[in-house]
Write a protein that binds this ligand. Structure first.
Ligand code: HSE
Length: 431
């Protein structure tokens, strides 16, 4: 049986999952692939920590560059995360023509173009199934299973931490801080959890999906991003009363050849399938012109689900090496030189607005007039409390309007003397 050597860079949570997965399912992997996958080197700065898994003598080292260079290592698995060291090491591996498996969404979102170009030049593969949706075989679905489709839109719950926090706040009434602590303890969060709760991690994943779907490099700076920090449990309750759940959603849409990507907490109708995705689970709804709707669902964060995706890539890399079929499945191909981004503010949207409004005659008229001047109609209005002469929360569900008109209307509204606090707003997605 042919044996291939694996060099693992990063022995943290996911790295440990990869080692455990290789050990646990070694026989199964051999039976299914006809190959022996041997972990020959593991690099990490921490040589002492007990990870609950043992490595053969001499495998663990601090010298990641030596792992990449080792003639015993055929496939490099990068699970260090972060940008600089990971980028250097992946570059070194590709320079040597070695295939790379990575879960590093931040690196691919920001430097993917350069790394994929180098891989193409060197005839080497970059596999990145674990970068989006962890355990869900989503990259393969988009790149291979749906290759004959024009992708109309993608709606994704792509961050396990955000989804976990929102679920725990809604279902158990936990505070944001407590729910975040639980997510950290469970190993869902990034090393810096701000990346999760500020929406950056979701945006990284969204640009990878958008670039794959539309064939040009969609840059991070083009994504409108809002996080869930500061989200008030009040809005989760009001949204529920109105028949919605708040989900951290990535929306990737193409209209008239222009692509728009946004990431924000969004009201999803309770009856829609994405509303029932809870905890650390992710789900991605892809709309293709031939296939119609496809839903991919599974654990989007955590040690073992992420390791499952990494190991699927290791197998692909190994088989490509053995069959001399490197680049059989393209990493990312920039085939669409005409690819365009939609101008900011031009999307058609509708909103949930929570105004803090003085409860006195005539104020609704002022609000409706300003919204009307920006061509925004009201679908429903709900005054949540009655307290004449005082400020009360008022929830408005709007009809569709132009994003930039909403922005201008809200700027005007918040200057009115009858408004007591900045208006809270969430987009509503009708799919
Ligand atoms: N921190 C990420 C999440 C891990 O919560 O989804 C998986 O990419």
């Amino acid at each position: 049986m042919k044996t291939l050597g694996i060099g693992l860079l990063g022995f943290g949570t996911v790295g440990t999952g990869v080692v455990l997965g290789l050990q646990k399912n070694q026989a199964l992997l051999e039976n299914r692939t006809g190959l022996k996958l041997e972990l020959r080197r593991v690099a990490d700065l921490d040589l002492e920590r007990d990870r609950g898994v043992s490595l053969p003598e001499g495998v663990l080292t601090r010298d990641a560059a030596a792992v990449v260079a080792s003639p015993e290592v055929d496939i490099v698995v990068e699970l260090i995360g972060g940008r600089n060291a990971a980028r250097d090491l992946i570059t070194q591996a590709l320079q040597r023509g070695k295939p790379v498996v990575t879960a590093n969404k931040a690196l691919l979102a920001e430097h993917g173009a350069e790394l994929f170009a180098l891989a193409a030049e060197k005839g080497a593969d970059i596999f990145f199934e674990a970068s989006v949706g962890a355990g869900i075989p989503l990259i393969r679905a988009l790149r291979e299973g749906l290759v004959s489709n024009q992708i109309r839109s993608i709606y994704g719950i792509l961050n396990g931490t955000c989804n976990y926090i929102l679920t725990r706040m809604e279902q158990k009434g936990l505070s944001f801080a407590t729910a975040l602590k639980e997510a950290q303890k469970a190993g869902y969060t990034e090393a810096d959890p701000a990346l999760d709760i500020d929406g950056i991690d979701t945006a990284h994943k969204a640009v990878i999906l958008a670039s794959l779907a539309y064939g040009f490099n969609v840059p991070m700076r083009s994504v409108a991003v809002e996080g869930i920090q500061g989200l008030d449990a009040l809005d989760l309750r009001y949204a529920a009363e109105l028949g919605y759940r708040i989900k951290m959603l990535a929306v990737i849409e193409q209209e008239n050849g222009e692509v728009a990507v946004r990431v924000c907490p969004t009201l999803v109708p309770v009856a829609h399938i994405l509303a029932s995705v809870s905890g650390e689970f992710n789900a991605v709804l892809i709309k293709g012109d031939e296939v119609g709707d496809v839903l991919c669902y599974g654990k989007g964060a955590g040690r073992d689900p992420t390791a499952s995706a990494v190991l699927s890539d290791v197998v692909d890399a190994a088989r490509n090496l053995v069959f001399h079929a490197a680049r059989r499945a393209p990493g990312f191909v920039g085939y669409n030189a005409q690819g365009k981004l939609k101008a900011v503010g031009e999307s058609d949207v509708r909103y949930y607005l929570r105004l803090t409004l003085l409860d006195k005659p005539g104020v609704f008229g002022q609000i409706a007039t300003i919204l009307g001047q920006h061509d925004i109609g009201l679908a429903s209005v709900l005054q949540k409390e009655k307290s004449a002469g005082r400020q009360v929360p008022v929830v408005i569900i709007t009809h569709h309007g132009k994003e930039k008109e909403f922005q201008a209307a809200l700027d005007e509204l918040d200057k009115l003397p009858v408004i007591g606090a900045r208006t809270v707003r969430f987009r509503i997605e009708d799919f």
